[in-house]
Design a protein around this ligand. Sequence first.
Ligand SMILES: [Zn+2]
Length: 215
Amino acid sequence: MNNNMNTSLFVACQQCDALYDKPQLKQGQLAKCNRCGSTLVERKVDSIERSFHWSLAGLILMLPAILLPIMGVTLAGQFHQASLFDCILVLIDRGFFMIACLVFLFAIAVPIVRLSGALYICYCFKFNRLKPSLLSFFRAYHHLDHWAMLNVFMLGIVVSMYKLLDDTELSINLGLLAFILWLICSTMSAAALDQDSIWDKLERAFPRSCDNEHC
Ligand SMILES: [Zn+2]
């Protein structure tokens, strides 16, 4: 921020807006607001390492989650299986282009970009490959947080549309298990990432470049 006050020295409570001097914490420690008791800052243990592995596992699970059947459908006495990718093709085939695009974007593309982003950030910190472009990259990653759980909503839409279109009996399948595990990895990857600590490290590494508003 372009003012005289160094904002990295202060921290505001997200619940009640109380302002504090930023505490220096060690891994595993957290600071709480004196006024409302909510967590101000938390230093997560092995943040980079854990997020790196969750992201990697998530990206590996991505293929079975998209390509394996997420449900079995009994239609006119015949049983056939459909993956998430098949469901998108069915939606396009039935003329639901907008819904197909939204499902592809929020159930597949955004989670992949988010996991890849987390993996890249962790890779840079893990192997000490820091560069100024990481500031913009991490800011973009931070914005993707708002779309984090939309893939669950989109999967619900896919299942509902499929059932409404064909009036079929559904059964849960292996792809859904992979999708749920993929979701868990995606959530854990974001939860393990200590964003405040990363901003601090980036600010120390590139002090002049960090005049931007990053939160
Ligand atoms: Zn508070």
